[in-house]
Design a protein around this ligand. Structure first.
Ligand code: BGC
Ligand code: BGC
Length: 634
């Protein structure tokens, strides 16, 4: 760490920790000027370095054992746990909402993982499983985990070191449950805010996917897959998932409309490369061990079946040595006949298939395809080589190391130390859009602050989708963490009265109002929407606060820019807080000036629905706020 900045930094970090004393390594992680942990990150060892060991193992394997390695089943679809041995399953996953049967707790997740791994170790060759989960903003499926801001917010921090730190902490919490693989980072470049997965991306500009995607991989994998605190990362969804054309979605959204998700990306190869390939160039360089091909199509053909993309571009041109894992039932979408679809995908270069439910059928069909000569044995060997390389690189087969969970990590799971880093992410992700008459920062000594809005005391709305449940949940979705209301209450002086009403009424007599508004949780195509206008309920809450004749600060919780014109003009200050996660204190840090806003928009902010799609670099670019916009105060 550079000495000159240490003192200033420690002062800020103490603010953020509320007096908590941090381990020096954590302090260093948080320091925006720290160089030691990050400068010239060593290029991770190449995966093909393990090929001699892989060849020895491969030579002993039957076709069935090889196909098993290529099969990933959803744990809650296992008909019998002995199927792990019977089908030599190489991997299991917990998809969204796939909790342990014993319930959702740290202990139950760990026991579940250990139980399945123990079965894998009973197979003839005792090859451990990779267990995958969507730890996309912290270990978000597990109650009590620290939940980080979704990527859209991290994109506004423009801070690769911080994103790397978030990745390290996420990996440590994932490892606490034994799980060794996360389907993250998402390096999508969302080009249309109507897409329900906009928040999964770091921003609309490829440079963000490139720099922050790389940082996330370096954090999750710690630049060394063999480190017991690292997890296997997965860059997704290759390629063009964020570029689909409106009206081409594979499914209808809850309003019955076919919008964007899993649709068709109708662009030239040059555009595909310039916009959608960038996050893969950098994550492959950082040694990402797995990549997930997208549900979406490229010019009418499902990506999961395109050899030119999976094999030629990714493996040959970029030199990706890890393995490809298909998306959930994505192979099924390639063509109507499932067997034919499997053949197309494996021959295109898919290495492992997220089946996820009918694993026996998949196993049998792939075996038939090989026996009929429709999938060459060389392709199977290549796929299994790639999977085994990763398992070996992770030390999963080291004699002196157990692949079971290290329960000593339970100590730091969801710990205050981890929450400090998430809080830092929150405060750096906030973007100040308006600040009339220096409304912000608010004084902590005001006699009375009235708080309103449906999301002020709602940790579920703060966290958004992919939190405990696949779709997330409004209300008390998880344990631990701080709502924005609670954060305000703990930030102000003892003499300050903080009152709250969801609809913002009853503010008379207060000196200032804070209203927390925005979207309710959603994930994937369920969030595809063609009207992103701030709701009437939210406007009413603002109006009720304004009726008291006080300055009103709006905090918007959303997975994308919304159409905010009405809300913006009625408020004195306006903060875009995205989906900040469990650490609401990071929002209060900005509202009360403990942190001067530094966040810069990761998206262009549209004036109207008619302006969408709008992206930096467009002709006649005239958004409400430009990409990169963000105010601060003195
Ligand atoms: C699963 C998710 C998955 C989705 C795919 C859900 O039932 O829980 O993990 O992403 O289906 O459509
Ligand atoms: C999503 C992926 C996710 C997978 C597993 C799919 O529906 O598209 O992002 O990793 O499910 O849950």
């Amino acid at each position: 760490m550079k000495k000159i900045n240490r003192r200033r930094f420690i002062e800020t970090s103490v603010l953020a920790t509320g007096g908590l004393v941090l381990a020096p390594s954590l302090v260093e992680m948080l320091d925006p000027n720290s160089v030691s942990a990050h400068a010239n990150p060593p290029d991770p060892k190449s995966l093909s370095a393990y090929d001699a060991r892989v060849r020895a193992l491969l030579a002993q394997m039957t076709l069935e054992e090889k196909i098993g390695q290529m099969t990933q089943a959803e744990q809650d679809a296992l008909k019998d746990v002995n199927d792990i041995q019977k089908f030599f399953l190489g991997s299991l996953l917990s998809g969204g909402s796939s909790d342990p049967k014993a319930g959702n707790s740290l202990a139950a997740w760990t026991d579940m993982y250990d139980g399945y791994q123990t079965h894998a170790l009973k197979t003839r060759l005792a090859i451990p499983i990779l267990y995958g989960a969507d730890a996309v903003h912290g270990h978000n499926n597990v109650l009590g985990a620290v939940v980080f801001p979704h990527n859209i917010g991290l994109g506004c921090t423009r801070n690769p070191k911080l994103v790397e730190s978030a990745g390290r902490i996420t990996a440590e919490e994932v490892r606490a449950t034994g799980i060794n693989w996360t389907f993250a980072p998402c390096v999508t470049v969302p080009r249309d805010e109507r897409w329900g997965r906009t928040y999964e991306g770091f921003g609309e500009a490829p440079e963000l996917a490139r720099s922050l995607g790389e940082a996330a991989v370096r954090g999750l994998q710690r630049n060394d897959l063999s480190n017991p605190l690292s997890v296997l990362a997965c860059a997704k969804h290759f390629i063009g998932d964020g570029g689909t054309k409106i009206g081409t979605a594979s499914f209808r959204n809850p309003q019955g409309k076919r919008l964007l998700d899993q649709g068709d990306t109708q662009v030239s190869e040059a555009e595909l490369r310039a916009i959608h390939l960038q996050g893969y160039i950098s994550t492959v360089r950082a040694g990402v061990g797995s990549i997930m091909p997208s549900y979406s199509s490229w010019n009418g053909v499902k990506v999961s079946g395109i050899k030119k993309l999976l094999t030629d571009m990714l493996k040959q041109e970029l030199g990706f040595e890890g393995f490809l894992i298909s998306d959930y039932k994505a192979v099924d979408q390639i063509t109507r006949d499932y067997k034919e679809a499997i053949g197309i995908s494996i021959n295109a270069g898919m290495d492992m298939v997220m089946v996820p439910t009918e694993y026996e059928r998949f196993f049998n069909l792939l075996r038939e395809l090989v026996n009929e000569g429709k999938v060459p044995m060389a392709r199977i060997d290549d796929a299994v080589t790639r999977i085994l390389r990763v398992k070996l690189a992770m030390g999963l087969m080291d004699k002196n190391r157990s692949p079971l969970a290290d329960r000593s990590l339970h100590k730091t799971f969801g710990s205050p130390e981890h929450r400090v880093v998430a809080r830092e992410c929150v405060r750096q992700s906030l973007v100040l859009l308006k600040n009339e008459k220096q409304t912000l920062p608010l004084s902590k000594k005001l006699a009375h602050i009235h708080v309103g809005g449906k999301s002020a005391d709602n940790i579920g709305n703060q966290c958004g989708g992919w939190t405990i449940d696949w779709q997330g949940k409004t209300g008390e979705v998880t344990t631990g963490g701080t709502t924005i209301l609670k954060a305000i209450q703990s930030a102000v002086s003892a003499a300050t009265k903080v009152t709250f009403s969801q609809d913002g009424s009853g503010a008379a007599g207060a000196q200032a109002g804070i209203v927390v508004i925005g979207e309710l949780p959603y994930a994937e195509g369920m969030g595809d929407r063609d009207d992103l206008t701030v709701s009437q309920e939210d406007l009413t809450a603002i109006d009720n606060l304004k009726q008291a004749g006080i300055p009103v600060v709006a905090v918007l919780l959303s997975g994308r820019p919304l159409i905010i014109n009405e809300a913006l003009s009625r408020c004195d200050a306006f903060v875009a807080a995205w989906l900040p996660g469990t650490e609401g204190q990071g929002v209060a840090d900005v509202l009360f000036g403990d942190y001067k806003p530094t966040g810069k928009l990761s998206f262009s902010w549209p004036r109207s629905m008619a302006q969408i799609p709008i992206n930096v670099g467009d002709q006649n670019y005239d958004p409400l706020f430009k990409y990169g916009f963000g105010l601060t105060f003195g």
